[in-house]
Ligand binder design. Structure first.
Ligand SMILES: CCCCCCCCCCCCC/C=C/C(=O)SCCNC(=O)CCNC(=O)[C@H](O)C(C)(C)COP(=O)(O)OP(=O)(O)OC[C@H]1O[C@@H](n2cnc3c(N)ncnc32)[C@H](O)[C@@H]1OP(=O)(O)O
Ligand SMILES: Cc1cc2nc3c(=O)[nH]c(=O)nc-3n(C[C@H](O)[C@H](O)[C@H](O)COP(=O)(O)OP(=O)(O)OC[C@H]3O[C@@H](n4cnc5c(N)ncnc54)[C@H](O)[C@@H]3O)c2cc1C
Length: 664
């Protein structure tokens, strides 16, 4: 048998649930499914959006091709009158980082969240029609995580009623802003506000970078690209930039003034809006990143699962076929938790989107009460989901053996494009330390203040600290209440233990720094409570379709019991579980894997990924792997000729022992 076509047909027949209904459950609703299915096919059928050759292109070609795709997409948006939601899906399915990500996900949201009504009236229509193209210039060569440490200055000049934007040091050069090196005409520049020699915190300013007629940088602005990034193709379609400002003047009304204002006289006015709203764009994007994690992880899992069903190694009996590698328990124990994680992240992403929408509405009505919770959730879940997704993509590469390392597997580029999500929009450790601050505060207030939102479970602190798990058989682990309580008890105990140890330090900041590694672990435990609980909440909803809910329940237990197994040190050390109970959870996990096995292909089909999106020979829907791998090898431009450039010059002289006279 040459390819794997027959294997996947047989696999699809094994499904014990309604795949079409699962597609709807994954998408969130029938309408969402139909919408994304339509846009996915629109992109897949358009040759301009071809991306298989991307890793082979040089940087300049890659970038120009990316500009062409964006222009074509914009034309489609106008010609087909696509809605904003459809346009976002279009960008997702084109699957190429580009300056438009910054325009729509950072520049516009920054103005929406931090601009005054007047500023929104002026800038938003221009940006939404792409008459100005904006980026988000916060990070500098010397500081990224420490926003208060930024060095760029915005000094008010009362004579001219302008701010003077200046980069006083090399390390104050803006460094990283996407879309900036070659494209954006404007940027939101974060800078230290200086009024009459006094520092008034870091604020955002709309700064024009380029002449709108001929695209040249404006006087006083030095701008360029920061250089090639990790991997071929991948994030190199984006022009991440460096900018240096030499006393650039901008009108006073280009400081984003919802949070604080500077008057004509140069007086600083702090409104009732908390200063943290200046960080609001990051909260928005972190929420988007969480929603995006399931998309990236599900792609890698889809590739690895299909290929694992096609690939056979060892165990042939009487000349029959060898074993499909997906039938090895080791393969299942690495792959199925990732499959379950994709579903878990999908549902927590959906919930976080709801939370963010709620917070946004409150903020618009000047209700800031839920902002700390939203910040802790977005920061923590951004960290948890991106770390797990990046690790998961790499695990999927290994699950595909040698072929996973080929660019044509689709995994290397996916990994290279995805992995910076662990760093941008807040380094994952720095983000977990923000959750830790929130947890420490929650725990220290437990005696007199009822925790709310995602920490509400800590109201039962006494019970969670004192009672122990009652599980006696592997079967008893199949109870959502039992599972969630185990996670809540472990998280509460870790947070309280950190609190008690912190209390021994005279200086709380010193204590926080000393215990920061433990605090990060406690924060992860808390974030896992959120993911596990939101999965359970999803299961409590009506989920139509034969067998769909049952399969999702199986995936829930796989996700939760896998985490319990992985972190059993915590569960045992906090004393909530006995070694016997942890071992029973592991026994149950093996049983669950055998329940996933016949449904594995149907579960990844339910993601509804097109072959275009996957861009993977190993993950092809038809499973026709080997002939296509062979064909792709000989389609590689490197195989255009049997004699590669340089052979006659450098190899032949060696073979002929003539290297001494060769021209090297
Ligand atoms: C492949 C994935 C695709 C994704 C899909 C779509 C998305 C499109 C993506 C677009 C492309 C993205 C490209 C990337 C862009 C960027 O990276 S932009 C730059 C991002 N930079 C950062 O994230 C910097 C990280 N640093 C910070 O956020 C902060 O500086 C800090 C670490 C939080 C510390 O700030 P500091 O001012 O020092 O504050 P503290 O003193 O620690 O805290 C003060 C109080 O403020 C609270 N707080 C902090 N942040 C927020 C917030 N965002 N919202 C609300 N509240 C906040 C903090 O908890 C403190 O509270 P109290 O303890 O109560 O005082
Ligand atoms: C692909 C990509 C695109 C980007 N796009 C943009 C953009 O459009 N606009 C923009 O403004 N920025 C952008 N950035 C920058 C990005 O936001 C920062 O790189 C990020 O916030 C991390 O900051 P840093 O580089 O200063 O890391 P650092 O903070 O220097 O991190 C280095 C190490 O120090 C550790 N560390 C730092 N602080 C602490 C602490 N307090 N406690 C413990 N450990 C700590 C970190 O965990 C990490 O291990 C982009 C970055 C990338 C990679």
């Amino acid at each position: 048998m040459e390819g794997g076509v027959d294997y996947l047909i047989d696999e699809r027949k094994k499904a014990q649930f309604d795949v079409e209904a699962m597609k709807v459950a994954w998408a969130g609703s029938r309408q969402a499914f139909e919408l994304s299915d339509r846009i996915a096919k629109l992109v897949a059928n358009d040759p301009i959006f071809e991306k298989f050759s991307r890793p082979m292109l040089g940087r300049k070609e890659l970038f120009k091709n990316s500009l062409r795709k964006v222009a074509h997409a914009w034309k489609l948006i106008i010609d087909l009158r696509l809605s904003e939601e459809e346009a976002k899906l279009l960008r997702h399915y084109i699957d190429e980082p580009a300056y438009t990500d910054l325009q729509w996900e950072m520049f516009i949201p920054a103005i929406e969240g931090q601009g005054t009504e007047e500023q929104k009236r002026k800038w938003l229509p221009l940006a939404r029609k792409m008459q100005v193209i904006g980026s988000y210039a916060q990070t500098e060569l010397g500081h990224g995580s420490n926003v208060q440490g930024l060095e760029t200055t915005a000094t008010f000049d009362p004579q001219t009623d302008e701010f003077v934007i200046h980069s006083p040091t090399l390390t104050s050069s803006k460094w990283w802003p996407g879309g900036t090196a070659k494209v954006s005409t404007h940027a939101i520049v974060y800078a230290r506000l200086i009024l009459d020699g006094q520092f008034h915190g870091v604020h955002g300013f709309i700064v024009q970078l380029r002449n709108l007629e001929n695209h040249t940088p404006l006087p006083g602005i030095t701008v360029g690209d920061i250089g090639m990034k990790f991997g071929n193709g991948a994030y190199n379609t984006m022009d991440n930039g460096v900018i240096r400002f030499n006393h650039v003047h901008i009108p006073r009304n280009q400081m984003l003034m919802r949070v604080s204002q500077v008057t004509r006289e140069g007086k600083f006015v702090q409104s009732d809006v908390p200063r943290q709203l200046l960080y609001g764009t990051m909260v928005y994007v972190r929420q988007k990143i969480v929603a995006d994690a399931s998309k990236a992880l599900s792609r890698a899992v889809c590739i690895a699962t299909r290929y694992s069903a096609v690939r056979r190694q060892f165990g042939s009996r009487n000349g029959g076929p060898e074993i499909q590698v997906i039938d090895y328990k080791t393969q299942q124990s690495r792959l199925f938790p990732l499959l379950a994680s994709a579903y878990a992240f999908r549902f927590v992403g959906e919930w976080l989107k709801w939370l963010y929408t709620d917070v946004k509405q409150r903020l618009e009505a000047n209700d800031f009460s839920t902002l700390p919770e939203a910040h802790a959730c977005t920061a923590g879940l951004k960290s948890l989901t991106t770390s797990a997704t990046a690790d998961g993509i790499e695990e999927c590469r290994k699950l595909c053996g040698g072929h996973g390392y080929l660019v044509s597997s689709g995994i290397p580029e996916l990994f290279a494009t995805y992995v910076p999500a662990c760093t941008f929009e807040g380094d994952n450790v720095v983000m977990m330390l923000q959750v830790a601050r929130f947890l420490v505060k929650t725990v220290s207030e437990l005696g007199y203040k009822q925790p709310v939102g995602t920490t509400a479970y800590m109201r039962r602190v006494t019970a969670l600290m004192q009672s122990n798990c009652a599980v006696r058989t592997a079967e008893e682990w199949l109870n959502p209440g039992v599972v969630v309580e185990a996670f809540e008890a472990r998280s509460t105990r870790m947070a309280v233990a950190c609190g008690q140890r912190l209390a021994k330090f005279e200086n709380p900041e010193e204590g926080f720094a000393e215990l920061s590694a433990d605090l990060v672990e406690a924060s992860l435990a808390h974030c896992q409570v959120i993911v596990v609980s939101k999965f359970v909440e999803k299961l409590q909803q009506e989920i139509p379709g034969k067998g769909v809910k049952r399969l999702l329940e199986v995936l829930f237990y796989v996700y939760a019991l896998f985490l319990l197994h992985k972190h059993q040190g915590d569960f045992l050390a906090t004393g909530y579980l006995t070694p016997k109970q942890a071992s029973l959870a592991n026994d149950q996990l093996r049983i669950l894997y055998s329940k996933v096995r016949p449904n594995a292909i149907a579960l990844v089909d339910s993601f509804n990924h097109t072959d275009h999106l996957l861009s993977s020979i190993l993950g092809r829907y038809d499973g026709n792997v080997y002939p296509k791998l062979y064909e792709a090898a000989f389609n590689d431009p490197f195989n255009d000729s049997d004699i590669a450039d340089g052979i006659h010059q450098y190899v032949q002289p060696m073979l002929r022992q003539e290297l001494h006279s060769a021209k090297l």
